[in-house]
Design a protein around this ligand. Structure first.
Ligand code: 3HC
Ligand code: NAI
Length: 698
């Protein structure tokens, strides 16, 4: 046995207990411990073995930190072999989550019992992998191909109840798992039940299965375009239905290795750890605790305030939603209700759930209702003076320790803090539109924001299901500051010769959820136009960067809301279509600036847009605005539709090689507008001296 696996007997039952915090992953010492314990159990006078875990969960999978390192014996395959060839029946007793290799291990046991709250799943696809310990071969034998296709291609875990229906588990224990498993074991002994291997269950593919596989291939090719793991998963499932078990297992092994070597998996594994690291604040005093928050106030029931209120209400917080007048409130509430109605229609929420959420929501125009809130998020118009007034008013009304947060996109958190007598309790909480859908929350640290304030904003963000990343104070914070460079290059590619559709196609084919021109149309071209009106010519920069957008707005093309922007939108289907009128405006704008169009390749578009992000990201990192490069990746993948399987802009740069990045930026400096392409000093230094973006800030 090892320190993380123990074995004891109780009557006729041998008990293997895994205790390897935090999530009982199948690290080398756990694998070794299980093999040792199985050997002991084989030699004693017990009749049956129960395998279970201590701590918050059953085995959450292979140890992801071991991936990419030299393998250490015993391999997981040897553990599974030891389970299947064991002389005694083995019962897996599951609580928490049995995920990936954890669930696969249970499929090599003879029986499975689970607590009511347990979940089981094969989430490898989220890491660009496939179940590599027999999951693609054993799960369809137990649960059928349709269930296996759904679970393995989506990676979504299922509840114990659903697992029972799908025959993945044999019993759900309502009470104590240990007692339940013991009873189950005793019953098996009484009935003389013995070994029962999943691999022996016959599996034959029906015509419906074949049709489902091919249909899933098509939907996945569209929905998860460019991703390799899901298609490989379907190959393995097809093998399960058409080959012998051993042949299927060999096919799975080959496909798993191909995934492991695929840069997509490296990117997704990077993001797995990046997401978890982003929630941590470097240098925070040990023992800093978040303040309890039960009641939240939201100021402004507009696009953002409404979405933020939904996030809180559906996570069980009491929410007081304030707007300046009844009209504002009614407008906001009707949008919230409409959103929920759509969710009910699509079967995502039940009417009872929605009723519960709405009960948590208290709309009012009376600011005094904010007296006992624990946290307020301001989401009124983007105007500093107005926001400062709001903060001053909140400072007077709310209790002294209430945290005051702003959802501002651009204003200085320090200027807002200065309007209060509690600058240490002022912080930015920058959500992304639509706020009830987008996962990212930038927590913005003002000069005076205290550790407790930051810890509270992070904890609340996590509770409402957001992925939080800390940003220091600068114009646009991490995400929008970088976006200006991305948007500029998109605009310049069009001015130099590409069409808006070519730019969007290039980025979408590369993996962006939506190309930059289509995003502009969605957000509304008038927003940038109005923002530019406030700026001096110098602040606006060269006209070539924005003249086309101005011309479109002046022609009444505000984007989707006016039915036309860079594209025109089909009034019935809302589908975007290229518009000859835009081509004319582009031609005229180029002529006005004396530009002769040239052909801009897809490769150039992708390089310019992604490297513009990485170069500004490197500055942000060097200035300490971002704590780590991986936080920037989190911001882009969760807030801006950056393809997760590319790992984020900083990972893209790192994976490409920083010298190649610097060389390409220098080439752009020599051939394009030089002022836009000055290599960030950090990139230049790392490329020359060697070193990794991942080491900066540590
Ligand atoms: N390997 C190594 N570390 C892991 C891990 C794993 N499989 N799963 C979680 N961790 C670590 C996290 O990095 C985190 O570390 P940190 O505290 O240093 O940041 C810690 O465990 C706690 O994780 P969470 O913060 O995610 O804790 P939660 O309670 O929110 O969630 C969980 C628990 C649902 C188990 C979640 O961690 C999770 O989904 N884990 C990954 C599950 C997974 O993908 N399994 C498949 C692995 S691949 C595989 O099994 C291949 C096989 O087919 C051969
Ligand atoms: P909006 O115009 O949709 O909503 C603003 C709401 O605030 C309106 O309902 C208005 O009646 C209310 N309001 C104005 N003054 C008020 C006052 N004194 N007291 C109470 N309520 C008042 O604006 P939107 O888009 O929701 O933006 C709000 C904030 O969120 C802005 O700071 C914006 O920069 C920021 N933001 C916006 C994003 C977006 O995509 N729309 C994304 C991220 C942040």
């Amino acid at each position: 046995m090892t320190a993380s696996v123990s074995y004891f007997t109780h009557g006729q039952i041998g008990n293997i207990v895994i205790d390897s915090p935090p999530v009982n992953a199948l690290s080398q010492h756990v694998r070794q411990g299980i093999v040792d314990a199985l050997q002991t159990a084989a030699g004693d006078d017990t009749q049956i073995v129960v395998l279970r875990c201590e701590g918050r969960t059953f085995i959450a999978g292979a140890d992801i930190t071991e991936f990419g390192k030299p393998p250490q014996a015993p391999a997981l395959a040897a553990v599974l072999e030891a389970l299947e060839s064991h002389p005694k029946p083995i019962i897996a007793a599951i609580h928490g989550t049995a995920l990936g290799g954890g669930l696969e291990l249970t499929l090599c046991c003879d029986y499975r019992v689970a607590t009511t709250s347990a979940k089981v799943g094969l989430p490898e696809v989220n890491l660009g992998l496939l179940p590599g310990a027999g999951g693609t071969q054993r799960l369809p034998r137990l649960a059928g191909l349709a269930q296996a296709i759904d679970m393995i291609t989506t990676g979504r875990p299922i509840t114990a109840r659903d697992a029972l229906t799908a025959r993945v588990v044999d019993e759900v224990c309502a009470g104590d798992l240990g007692e339940g498993a013991t009873k189950f074991a005793e019953a098996l002994i009484d009935q003389g039940e013995g070994k029962r291997l999943t691999r022996d269950i016959p599996l034959r593919m029906s015509d419906e299965d074949t049709a489902l596989l091919s249909q899933t291939r098509d939907t996945i090719a569209k929905r998860l375009k460019g991703q390799t793991a899901p298609q490989r998963i379907l190959d393995c499932l097809e093998a399960a239905g058409t080959l012998t078990f051993e042949e299927g297992l060999a096919a799975e092994r080959r496909a798993f290795e191909a995934c492991m070597e695929d840069p997509q998996s490296a990117a997704l594994r990077h993001l797995f750890f990046a997401e978890r690291a982003a929630g941590k604040i470097d240098g925070m005093a040990a023992g800093t605790k978040a303040q309890p928050v039960k009641h939240a106030g939201i100021i402004g029931a507009g696009t953002m305030g409404g979405g933020i209120a939904m996030c809180f209400a559906q996570s069980g917080f009491r929410v007081t939603l304030v707007d300046q007048d009844e009209d504002g409130l009614d407008r906001g509430l009707s949008i919230i209700k409409k959103n929920y109605e759509i969710s009910i229609k699509r079967g995502r929420l039940s009417a009872e759930q929605v009723e519960g959420f709405l009960r948590n929501l208290e709309p009012t125009t009376d600011w005094q209702q904010l007296q006992d809130v624990d946290l307020v998020i301001e989401a009124v118009f983007e105007n500093l003076e107005l926001k400062q007034n709001v903060f001053q008013k909140l400072d007077e009304i709310c209790a002294a320790d209430t945290i005051l947060a702003s959802n501002t996109s651009y204003q200085s958190i320090d200027a807002l803090a200065a309007a209060t007598n509690r600058p240490d309790r002022v912080v930015g909480m920058h959500f992304f539109s639509p706020a009830n859908v987008m996962r990212l929350l930038e927590v913005v640290r003002g000069e005076a924001s205290s550790d407790i304030t930051l810890a509270t904003a992070m904890a609340v963000g996590k509770k409402i299901g957001k992925v939080c990343a800390l940003s220091g104070m600068c114009y646009g914070f991490i995400g929008n500051r970088m976006l200006r460079h991305y948007g500029r290059e998109a605009a310049l590619c069009v001015m130099e010769g590409a069409s808006p559709a070519q730019v969007d196609q290039a980025m979408e084919r590369w993996g962006m959820a939506m190309g930059p021109m289509a995003v502009g149309d969605l957000a509304g071209l008038d927003i940038g136009y109005r923002a530019r009106e406030q700026l001096s010519d110098e602040e606006k920069g060269p006209r070539v960067n924005y003249l086309l957008a101005d011309r479109l707005v002046e022609a009444g093309r505000l984007g989707q809301k006016s039915g036309a922007g860079y594209y025109r939108y089909n009034p019935d289907t809302r589908a975007r279509e290229e518009d000859p009128a835009v081509a004319e405006i582009i031609t005229a704008t180029r002529a006005e600036l004396g530009i002769t169009p040239r052909s801009v390749s897809e490769e150039e578009i992708v390089d310019r847009l992604t490297l513009a992000l990485a170069n500004e990201g490197a500055r942000i990192l060097e200035e300490g605005i971002a704590q780590r490069a991986s936080d920037i990746d989190v911001v882009y993948c969760f807030g801006y539709g950056f393809p997760r399987f590319r790992g984020g802009p900083m990972h893209v740069a790192e994976a490409r090689g920083l010298q190649s990045v610097v060389d390409t930026i220098n080439r752009f400096h020599d051939t394009l507008a030089a002022e836009n392409w000055v290599v960030a000093p950090l990139l230049a230094r790392l490329a020359t001296q060697g070193g990794s973006l991942a080491d900066i800030g540590l």
